[in-house]
Design a protein around this ligand. Structure first.
Ligand SMILES: Nc1nc2c(c(=O)[nH]1)N=C([C@H](O)[C@H](O)COP(=O)(O)OP(=O)(O)OP(=O)(O)O)CN2
Ligand SMILES: [Zn+2]
Length: 148
């Protein structure tokens, strides 16, 4: 059996690293493109005028070369700072529809929350690193967005 010396020579290794963050928020599923009756029909209990809340769990995954010198794809401490700025400050303990201008005219489905987080993480992270945003709206409802 040969044991790796740890010297990868010129070979580049690609790694995926993920940081998990939870936040709490309330929302109401309601589309400005549908009338009241259609909104009730499409969104059911989630169209309740006074809203409802979730403890969202977000997994932010970045993909990149494992740097030979640092041994890292990126420093998770830096990823933590981006997540604080992009997820926690604007979304935690907020009413998504009323407190986050983006959702004034965009339905706050988990798909759209994932797109919102993706677009803002892209601005906060170094280029070509962001791979995936995965959101657990509940234990059973999970959305993945990869920027497509
Ligand atoms: N495609 C989507 N469908 C739905 C979304 C969404 O974001 N994207 N969101 C909702 C609601 O926000 C709702 O809160 C989900 O509630 P519910 O289905 O009740 O959640 P659970 O499945 O976890 O609840 P159980 O009652 O335990 O099954 C609806 N649809
Ligand atoms: Zn909901």
């Amino acid at each position: 059996m040969s044991v790796s010396s740890g010297d990868h020579g010129a070979a580049e290794r690609i790694g995926y690293i993920t940081r998990v963050q939870s936040f709490s928020a309330c929302h109401r599923l309601h589309s400005i493109h549908l009338n009241e009756e259609e909104n009730k029909k499409v969104y059911g209990k989630c169209n309740n005028p006074n809203g409802h809340g979730h403890n969202y769990k977000v997994e932010v995954t970045v993909r990149g070369k494992i740097d030979h010198l640092t041994g890292m794809v990126m420093n998770l401490t830096d990823l933590k700072k981006c997540i604080e700025e992009v997820i926690m400050v604007p979304l935690d303990h907020k009413n998504l529809d009323r407190d986050v201008p983006y959702f004034a005219n965009v339905v706050s489905t988990t798909e759209n929350v994932a797109v919102y987080i993706w677009d803002n993480m892209m601005k906060a992270l170094p280029p070509n690193l962001l791979y995936e945003i995965k959101i657990y709206e509940t234990d059973k409802n999970v959305v993945i967005y990869r920027g497509e």
